[in-house]
Design a protein around this ligand. Structure first.
Ligand code: S3P
Ligand code: PEP
Length: 448
């Protein structure tokens, strides 16, 4: 176990780059493996989740390698060209790796056995099993369609139109990836727009992808059996990772930070809008485009925040940011209400309960319902802290509560911070570089 303890900190300052976007990194490797020729990826997130994708693609016959200069190269096999893996595929902690790669496998006539860590084995896979069966794949899975499972991909994948029962970019991407192997058009109908990195990157690799407004939501269509061509991808900084130093800068008095080169795709920036509405001094400077994705430099200064009601329609654009938003809300004046959060219960942990329990242990009054969270803000400098939080294999819970500890009256500890490696390997060092007091070690106190 690696325990980390965050102590009260002020005047965070500096200019630091957050690691590459996790969603875009997975996709760069996957589309590279399905393309013909070489794909070069600069700025790839070298976290455990993306490494799991790289390992699985290698087991399936693509060549994936890291050069000494940190650029990754993928030599693809073309659509339909992956081969049957000799051994079990282990997706580690990554829902994105599991769901997107099972989508890819559904379009290949091969059998594979897949598993993941204790967190991933709890998460629902039925949401992709159902549409992928509709395209001709078959599965042997436990009840609820959870990992471990066996998949036999379709020998003649059928295109389909599939209405997503939940707003999920992973399900949408699994359907589109399987559709790449099918003749004709495959359409995912989504109730709410979700992150569109697959759509943008598929186009950059040469696929025909159309997005149209549909009766309720929107329709994303890919034309199957394109020839994807290897390309160069530059990965922007991950806004979901930037969220942690950003909120730390807001709630630690006297702070002034710059986070350059962060992705600001409008389907990812719900947190930035919400914090701005709460009174955050957050400026997006130097907006530009990087390899088909909008990016900007974020300048953040400590701010007096006020509570807010976040509309449920905004949830897909900030789904991974609620834990750290709740931390900001705990340090704000007044009450915040977040609704439409059912999906938080099926992430790396049940994040709704984890956040509610952790805040309560730190002296913050909260109310949790099936799909909402109410946080009664204590105001700046008035969160007690003094708790030890169980990370439960959830990187975002670990990082969010370390950020809370920086603004707590007493330190906040995380029992096992190794999970942070999945998305933000250098988190503690980067935060220390800004002046945050985060230490390895023991702390007596209450456990949440
Ligand atoms: O497509 C992706 O890269 C992701 C989609 C989201 O999951 P859902 O599709 O389950 O909402 C998000 O929570 C996850 O971190 C990454
Ligand atoms: C939910 C997340 O990732 P994944 O679904 O890929 O495990 C996350 O990074 O917060």
């Amino acid at each position: 176990m690696t325990r980390l303890v965050a102590h009260s900190s002020t005047s965070l300052s500096g200019c630091v780059s957050v690691p590459g976007d996790k969603s875009i990194s997975h996709r760069a490797l996957i589309f590279g493996a399905l393309a013909v020729g070489e794909t070069r990826v600069e700025g790839l997130l070298e976290g455990e989740d993306v490494r799991a994708t790289a390992r699985v693609l290698s087991q399936l016959g693509a060549e994936v390698r890291r050069n000494v200069d940190g650029v990754w190269q993928v030599f693809g096999v073309g659509i339909g060209g992956l081969h049957e893996p000799a051994d079990l595929l282990d997706f580690g902690n990554s829902g994105t790796a599991a769901r997107l790669l099972l989508g890819v496998l559904a379009g290949h006539p091969l059998t594979a056995f897949a598993t993941g860590d204790a967190s991933l084995r709890r998460r629902p896979m039925g949401r992709i099993v159902e549409p992928l069966k509709g395209m001709g794949a078959s599965f042997v899975a436990r009840s609820g369609g959870r990992l471990p499972l066996a998949i036999t991909g379709a020998s003649a994948p059928a295109p389909q139109t599939y209405r997503l029962p939940v707003a999920s970019a992973q399900v949408k991407s699994a359907v589109l990836l399987a559709g790449l192997a099918a003749p004709g058009d495959t359409t995912a109908l989504e109730p709410e727009p979700t992150r569109d990195h697959s759509e943008r990157m598929l186009r950059a690799f040469g696929a025909d992808v159309r997005v149209e407004a549909a009766e309720d939501g929107r329709a994303v269509t890919v034309t199957g059996q394109p020839e994807l061509m290897g390309t160069a991808v530059t990965v922007p900084g991950d806004p979901s990772s930037a969220a942690f130093p950003l909120v730390a800068g807001l709630i630690c008095a006297g702070s002034d930070l710059t986070l350059p080169n962060v992705g600001v795709n409008p389907l990812r920036t719900g947190l930035f809008e919400t914090l701005t509405e709460m009174g955050a001094d957050l400026v997006l400077e130097n907006r530009r485009e990087l390899a088909g994705e909008p990016v900007a430099d974020l300048r953040v200064r400590s701010s007096a925040l006020t509570g807010i009601e976040v509309p449920p329609a905004r949830a897909p654009a900030m789904i991974d940011e609620y834990p750290v938003l709740a931390v900001a809300a705990a340090c704000a004046e007044g009450t915040s209400v977040f609704r439409g959060l059912g999906e938080l219960r099926v992430k790396e942990s049940d994040r709704l309960t984890a956040v509610a329990r952790g805040l309560a242990a730190c002296g913050v009054a909260v109310e949790e319902t099936e799909d909402s969270l109410t946080v009664h803000g204590r105001g700046p400098g008035r969160v007690a802290g003094g708790a030890e939080i169980k990370a439960d294999l959830d990187h975002r819970i670990a990082m969010a509560f370390l950020v809370l500890g920086l603004a707590g009256q007493a330190p906040v500890a995380i029992d096992d911070a190794r999970t942070i490696e999945t998305s933000f390997p250098a988190f503690a060092d980067l935060m220390r570089g800004l002046g945050a007091d985060i230490r390895a070690g023991e702390m007596a106190g209450e456990t949440a």
